[in-house]
Design a protein around this ligand. Structure first.
Ligand code: SF4
Ligand code: SF4
Length: 359
């Protein structure tokens, strides 16, 4: 076999070593930091035990970036930030410089190019969203669009330190989402069971996989019009949307019945207390592109009340824990409805179901 025809060796895949992309000052001082300060919103100063200083400038983005915007961000990095740039989990970019004199010219260049510096300390950080329609085949809304529309309205909270503590907001475009847990989460809520196109099921779907996918065993194999298909027990179905990915003929997205739901109090951190799950506070909110005004108004209302009522350094879950859910609904004016009652049959573990007195 000629050399040209020899098979290509496998390409190494997986997460590359991050050290090769780090600013040299970060590499030099790895594991050797003494303390950090927050000189101004969007800027962090880390000081190493060796005396080295490193400044991190955080910039918000809309997450789904076109190549022109990416080039612009990289050019700023090349020109003003020693050629380094990195992306954070919440769709911010960070520039690192090792000299205080480089900070202001960098901020000026960022602002001049139309980007916003902020998102540190007690601010509303950039909303994060799940993979979205660019990568995934089941979105019921445009999560990245929700992010952009809300961020436009919350931008002053991104640029300042006005919140009692950090606020993480997330959006998710399906109900079995790949990551929509936050202080405030805006998640898709399907409100009706899937509608089955029986003509397509036998050609497209692997029925056992679809039956196995349902978390409440609501799907059964069935013969419809003489063809193998599926049926859904609608009394059991919790409208989660899990059957749609393995079987697209089980369409659940719908312009009228696919809504948004707003959840609060999710916290991954265990800094002051245990991590907490978010809880539903508004359901059936219109999924209303391109600006989602109804969902944005609720989020702004929750933030306003949190800002006025929470004590310094209380995260949203800490604040609600202190004032109680009754007071939360009173203060926000959100209606408490039957949809807030956890009546899922697996909820016996979370419901206060015994006669024991709890303190
Ligand atoms: S939230 Fe759901 S629809 Fe959106 S990207 Fe994740 S899995 Fe896909
Ligand atoms: S939407 Fe969820 S609960 Fe309903 S049938 Fe599909 S997988 Fe089952």
């Amino acid at each position: 076999m000629s050399e040209a025809a020899a098979p290509r060796p496998p390409t190494e895949s997986g997460c590359p070593d991050a050290f090769q992309y780090m600013h040299p000052a970060l590499r030099r001082n790895y594991g050797n930091w003494a303390y950090h300060e927050d000189p101004q919103p969007g800027v962090l100063k880390h000081v190493s035990k060796s005396g080295d200083e490193v400044y991190t400038i955080k910039v918000g983005t809309q997450r789904i970036l076109d190549v022109f915007t990416l080039r612009k961000l990289c050019d700023i990095g090349d020109q003003f930030a020693d050629g380094y740039i990195r992306f954070t989990l919440r769709s911010n970019v960070e520039y690192i410089v090792d000299d205080e004199s480089k900070v202001q010219p960098l901020i000026d260049a960022i602002t001049e190019a139309g980007f916003v510096v902020g998102g540190t300390r007690n601010s509303v950080t950039t909303l994060s969203h799940t993979q979205g329609w660019l990568h995934c085949d089941i979105p019921g809304t445009d999560a990245s669009g929700v992010v952009k529309a809300m961020m436009d309205e919350l931008i002053d909270e991104f640029k300042s330190w006005n919140m009692p503590n950090r606020v993480h907001i997330t959006t998710s475009c399906c109900q079995i989402n790949c990551g929509g847990q936050g202080d405030i989460a805006i998640n898709v809520q399907h409100t009706k069971p899937p509608k089955i196109n029986h003509d397509l099921v036998s050609n497209v779907c692997e029925r056992p996989s679809v039956v196995a996918r349902c978390p409440v065993a609501a799907i059964r194999p069935a013969q419809v019009n003489g063809k193998p298909s599926l049926e859904v027990d609608e009394r059991k179905c919790i409208c989660c949307g899990a059957c749609y990915p393995p079987c697209p003929p089980m369409q659940i997205n719908d312009a009228e019945h696919t809504k948004l739901a707003i959840w609060v109090g999710g916290n991954h951190s265990n800094a002051r207390g245990k991590p907490t799950f978010q809880k539903l506070v508004a359901s059936g909110v219109p999924n209303n592109p391109p600006r989602w005004p109804e969902a944005t108004a609720i989020v702004k209302k929750i933030l306003k009340v949190y800002k006025e009522d929470a004590q310094d350094w209380e995260r949203i879950n800490d604040w609600i824990e202190r004032i109680g859910w009754t007071r939360f609904f009173e203060l926000t004016g959100l209606p408490f409805t039957k949809f807030h009652i956890d009546n899922w049959r697996g909820a016996r573990n979370s419901l206060n179901a015994s006669a024991h007195i709890r303190f």
